[in-house]
Write a protein that binds this ligand. Structure first.
Ligand code: FFO
Ligand code: ATP
Length: 192
């Protein structure tokens, strides 16, 4: 196993070992930070993810978004364009289905797709991050592809992670897109 796979495995185990109470406190702290975040307050369209595999839970924050009239979008694994995501409008009555990784996603409906350039914020999941904003994901390259051009658009990415996902150094590859900001329950990391 290479260092990236090893690190992925170790940090996935670490976040999966958090207790129900730790997860719940983390989700409360996250919602507090996100709902006070200037760019989020200004945003109309926010892409986020449904938590899986010990990830920081986004459910409370999604409720806040709905209450505050934000449009919420979720990633859907593209049915034939390998390694790419589509972002679909997520409403209270959206039908969810399990994707190939067992993660819930909106049932594909082309009328609900939002082009990336029309999103204001994209809250990305991640496995590990470091003090430079380098991000290691689940290994599909999905977010690296989606974020490849973000600096040429109005799209602003924010990584979300538990504090225990911070590592000394993420081994990076040429295609990795560093994040300008990462929010954990205890801190807002700003890298630009
Ligand atoms: N909640 C959430 N949704 C997300 C992501 C994510 O990281 N978190 N993704 C972020 O990109 C995309 C899905 N990417 C994923 C990539 C790999 C695996 C995964 O479990 N891989 C298995 C091996 C899979 C296989 O059988 O091929 C593994 O590592 O054990 C899961 C999700 C889109 N949706
Ligand atoms: N912009 C891109 N264009 C083409 N291929 C890419 C791009 N970004 C990543 N890839 C490919 O995707 C694969 C997986 O990348 P990587 O292991 O960095 O994913 P990850 O960042 O861990 O996952 P994710 O972004 O889905 O959370 C690599 O083989 C890489 O070559």
């Amino acid at each position: 196993m290479n260092t990236r796979s090893q690190l992925r495995k170790e940090i996935r185990q670490r976040r999966n070992a958090l207790s129900v109470t730790e997860q719940s406190n983390a989700a409360t702290a996250l919602t507090e930070r996100l709902s006070n975040h200037n760019q989020i307050q200004q945003a109309k369209r926010i892409a986020i993810y449904l938590s899986n595999d010990g990830e920081l839970s986004t459910a409370n924050f999604i409720d806040w978004c709905w209450q505050n009239h934000k449009d919420v979008y979720l990633p859907v694994v593209h049915p034939f364009s390998k390694g790419n995501l589509l972002f679909l409008h997520y409403q209270q009555d959206t039908k969810l289905v399990s994707n190939m990784y067992g993660i819930l996603e909106p049932q594909l409906d082309v009328t609900k797709v939002c082009p990336l350039q029309q999103l204001d914020i994209i809250c990305t999941p991640l496995v590990a991050f470091d003090n430079s904003g380098a991000r290691l994901g689940m290994g599909g390259g999905f977010y690296d592809r989606s974020l490849a051009q973000w600096q040429q658009t109005k799209l602003y990415p924010i990584g979300l992670a538990h504090d225990c996902q911070l590592v000394e150094k993420v081994p990076t590859e040429s295609w990795d897109i560093p994040l300008p900001e990462i929010i954990t329950p205890s801190k807002n990391y700003q890298f630009i």
